[in-house]
Design a protein around this ligand. Structure first.
Ligand code: ZN
Length: 503
């Protein structure tokens, strides 16, 4: 067999696995948008069966033999070529997959589908006890998963690697510590400033239909392609890539709060623009796949915060906003609106947190899930530990678990090691944006004119098209000329908030 033949067979196998995975994604999308509640148990069976099937395909010895044969071939010579990337990344994934028994993979899927369903009920009833046995089971299985995969320092390394390949717990902790040390004084200074943003204007009547229409207009304007995607409603918004030309974004609406849906839509559209920017001819193969969740999140955060919460963005969109919500915005100035959407205050809910305090919410979860995984913290003690950490880092404590430990879906879905990718996303986003601003000669000027395409094209070229050619750390260094640092994000936050709060 020639290397070219072996490579073709490898790609064929990988594309079939991608077909199965996209079917699983579709089941998951349906589960979180339109599925009737009573269908839950059967859906768990469908998804567990499919994940077992996928695992079987991903650990097929034939795949191992092909990868073995290709490892020394000329196609693998340049690890950053499309072929080299394909061989290198499929090898890495295969080596991980074969360490996991199929029974564990199926059990994890079933536990996480049932866990999510229990979480919905527990959150609705504000009753942590409904969720606790599921959390117990899930963390037990995640410990087994880490043990099967192996790790150098901390079992958390093994799980983090699923979301942020090649990242290490200790390194992530280092950069988050550096960030926190500067963030806490900044938030403190803002709170001491005595100034309060006019947030009341965001809590007026914003009719749902107008929110949906305005959100879709903005998403399309920044580059989300609705001929290859759609927007639906869910409890916990997400973006799902279901095929090379099928990207589903979701949001939730609050008629008495503008930010929830609008910035949620910009965020998910940012994820979607990344998915839609991946090269379709490589769909399902590493050169056509996202680098990591952190890099994915950098794309959503870039559009949501660095673009969507900028003054330039609203110079362009404010007249349209006033047209869409005449009753709510009639007496509001652009300056007042800009300040309102950049209101800073420590709060309880992560997804509604402002740019300045958001990463402190992540630090809480990052520390707690490490402790749970290691067994340093018992599931029964989690709500109390949650309240304590919120008090310590954010100066606020939830009155109930619905606004506390039950607010996020992640742990119920078996996503342990996922949270730090949100903070990494913010850091990557600021560093990329700073570079794009330099390369494009000032983004404010373009954004204020509603010209988003130069930024989209810059992202396509530097971030989307390479797919998985580089690890996240390599990509950051290649694109910006230096390793990841908390400086660009801190500089951005200081530049934005100093004038607003008179610092
Ligand atoms: Zn996101």
């Amino acid at each position: 067999m020639t290397p070219t033949d072996a490579f073709e067979e490898l790609c064929h196998q990988a594309r079939e696995i991608a077909l199965l995975e996209s079917i699983g994604e579709l089941l998951g999308w349906d589960e979180r948008t339109y599925m009737p509640p009573a269908a839950g148990e059967y859906r768990a069976e469908q998804m567990a069966f499919l994940s077992g099937l996928i695992h079987q395909r991903r650990t097929d010895p034939r795949l191992g033999a092909l990868l073995e044969e290709l490892a020394a071939s000329p196609l693998a010579q340049d690890p950053h070529s499309d072929e080299g990337t394909t061989i290198r990344e499929l090898r890495r994934q295969y080596d991980k997959q074969v360490k996991l028994p199929r029974s564990l993979v199926e059990e994890l899927t079933r536990a996480s589908v049932l866990g999510q369903q229990a979480w919905v009920q527990a959150r609705q009833d504000n009753d942590y006890r409904l969720f606790a046995p599921h959390a117990e089971k899930i963390f037990h299985l995640k410990r087994q998963q880490a043990a099967c995969l192996g790790y150098a320092d901390h079992p958390y390394d093994a799980l983090l690697d699923d979301y942020e390949p090649a990242a290490r717990t200790a390194e992530v902790a280092k950069v988050l510590d550096a960030l926190r040390q500067e963030l806490v004084p900044l938030v403190g200074a803002i709170m001491q400033s005595g100034r309060t943003a006019p947030v009341g204007i965001l809590q007026r009547e914003y009719p749902l239909a107008a929110q949906e229409a305005f959100g879709k207009t903005a998403a399309a304007a920044i580059g989300f392609d609705f001929t290859r995607g759609r927007l639906d409603t869910t409890h916990h918004p997400f973006c799902a890539g279901l095929g090379p030309r099928d990207c589903r974004i979701t949001t939730r609406y609050d008629e008495r709060f503008f930010n929830t849906a609008f910035f949620g839509i910009l965020h998910e559209a940012g994820h979607g623009i990344y998915d839609q920017g991946l090269r379709p001819q490589w769909y399902g193969l590493p050169p056509g796949q996202a680098v990591s969740l952190g890099i994915h999140e950098s794309q959503s955060r870039l559009w949501e915060n660095l673009v969507g919460r900028s003054r330039a963005f609203w110079q362009h969109f404010f007249p349209q906003l006033a047209g869409a919500f005449p009753a709510a915005v009639a007496d509001v100035t652009l300056d007042a609106f800009y300040w309102a959407i950049n209101h800073v205050a420590p709060s309880l809910i992560r997804v509604e947190a402002d740019e300045a305090t958001y990463n402190l919410h992540i630090v809480v979860r990052f520390e707690l899930e490490q402790a749970l995984l290691k067994g340093d913290l018992a599931v029964g003690d989690l709500p109390a530990a949650w309240r304590e950490k919120y008090g310590e880092y954010l100066g606020v404590e939830p009155h109930d678990d619905a606004d506390g430990v039950l607010q996020d879906i992640h742990w119920s879905a078996g996503l342990v090691g996922y949270f730090p990718t949100y903070a990494l996303g913010n850091l990557y986003a600021a560093q990329f944006f700073e570079q794009a601003d330099r390369d494009l000669g000032g983004l404010d000027r373009l954004i204020a004119r509603g010209e988003f395409n130069p930024l989209v094209e810059w992202l396509r070229k530097h971030i989307h098209h390479p797919g998985q050619r580089y690890t996240a750390a390599e990509l950051v260094e290649r694109v910006t000329g230096r390793p990841l640092s908390h400086d660009p994000l801190m500089n951005h936050l200081k530049r934005k908030f100093a004038p607003l709060y008179g610092l």
